[in-house]
Design a protein around this ligand. Structure first.
Ligand SMILES: NC(=O)c1ccc[n+]([C@@H]2O[C@H](COP(=O)([O-])OP(=O)(O)OC[C@H]3O[C@@H](n4cnc5c(N)ncnc54)[C@H](OP(=O)(O)O)[C@@H]3O)[C@@H](O)[C@H]2O)c1
Length: 286
């Protein structure tokens, strides 16, 4: 099956098996917020203009995210909600369906715009089946599109061999650990890459001279430079912030551009050495 991913500044089209779904490139990450802190953060983000929110069963905050979406009064069709499921639901449609229905009930939503298999969990070897079930549930209308997360090229190869094409692969991606080989495999298959930990958890990344020099020249913040680097390459980015001001800063990346030299300077920071926060999907999963 051939898929199309058409990137633009504000959104990218992802494939849903039929007509295509448009996903805003900049979404709010919500881990590790829960309860009222999470609802408040999502409410502020929606007020600031965010229209994409990333949650997961494992974060224990689908309820808090759903509450903010519903209480915002914004038309449901205008907010893109991504959630993810845990390993216990891997299997055929009869296994996954109750997991999805429970998640929708927690969130108080009728559908998710994007539903992801959170980790492939190759030890139980049911991820291809889980993708098959996702495709069926998409056709049934409980989700608008389906995808995967933390899927390595060899896992993706097996999914593709079953004639299944995820719309999105959400992976750890930041300038110092961009995983180009995973992104290339995604792109070759027509799978859109989404970046989690896009700011390196706000760590030393934002103090690296290659980033701060571009930021001073453009009169932007280091976080804006890094997020612009993601979206300018057609990648979805999911920065988490609980702080309304940083949320606004992170969203404001569509009115300036990085030059090819800036992109190259940031690309030069990449290394094969995984940061301490990186988890290997062949060894970790939930
Ligand atoms: N699929 C997966 O397996 C997976 C794994 C990890 C994460 N995720 C998703 O990806 C999201 C983001 O990843 P992440 O939380 O690991 O890392 P991140 O978004 O790179 O970094 C978040 C950290 O950066 C700080 N920050 C945010 N904006 C900032 C700014 N403009 N300047 C300085 N610091 C800033 C935040 O603090 P404040 O809140 O105080 O602003 C927070 O401590 C998660 O929330 C989750 O939704 C998915």
């Amino acid at each position: 099956m051939v898929t199309q991913a058409t990137a633009s500044l504000h959104g990218t089209n992802i494939y849903d098996g039929s007509s295509g779904v448009r996903v805003p490139l900049l979404g709010l990450g919500t881990w590790p917020m829960t309860g009222a802190e999470c609802t408040d953060a999502v409410a502020h983000a929606l007020e600031a203009g965010y229209r994409h929110v990333d949650t997961a069963e494992n974060y224990g905050n689908e309820d808090a995210v759903g509450r903010a979406v519903v209480e915002s009064g914004i038309d449901r069709g205008e907010v893109f909600v991504t959630s993810k499921f845990n390993r216990r639901w891997h299997g055929g449609v009869e296994t996954l369906r109750p997991g999805l229905e429970g998640a929708l009930e927690r969130a108080g939503l009728e559908y998710f715009d994007l539903y992801l298999m959170h980790w492939p969990n190759p030890d139980q070897d049911r991820y291809v089946q889980a993708c098959e079930a996702l495709a069926e549930l998409t056709a049934a209308g409980l989700i608008r599109a389906w995808g995967v997360s933390n899927v390595k090229p060899e896992h993706l190869r097996r999914i593709l061999e079953a004639s299944l094409v995820p719309a999105v692969n959400q992976i750890h991606c930041q300038p110092v650990f961009a995983q180009p080989q995973v992104q290339e495999a995604n792109t070759a298959a027509g799978v859109v890459t989404a970046a989690y930990t896009p700011l390196g958890r706000g760590s030393e990344l934002l103090q690296l001279p290659a980033i701060t020099e571009i930021a001073s020249r453009l009169d932007r913040t280091p976080a804006q430079v890094v997020l612009r680097w993601h979206v300018q390459q057609g990648r979805i980015a999911l920065p988490k912030s609980a702080d309304p001001q940083r949320q606004r800063e992170n969203l404001d990346v569509f009115s300036f551009e990085l030059t090819p030299e800036d992109l190259a300077a940031i690309a030069a920071l990449d290394s094969d050495a995984p940061p301490a926060t990186f988890m290997d999907a062949d060894e970790f999963g939930h």
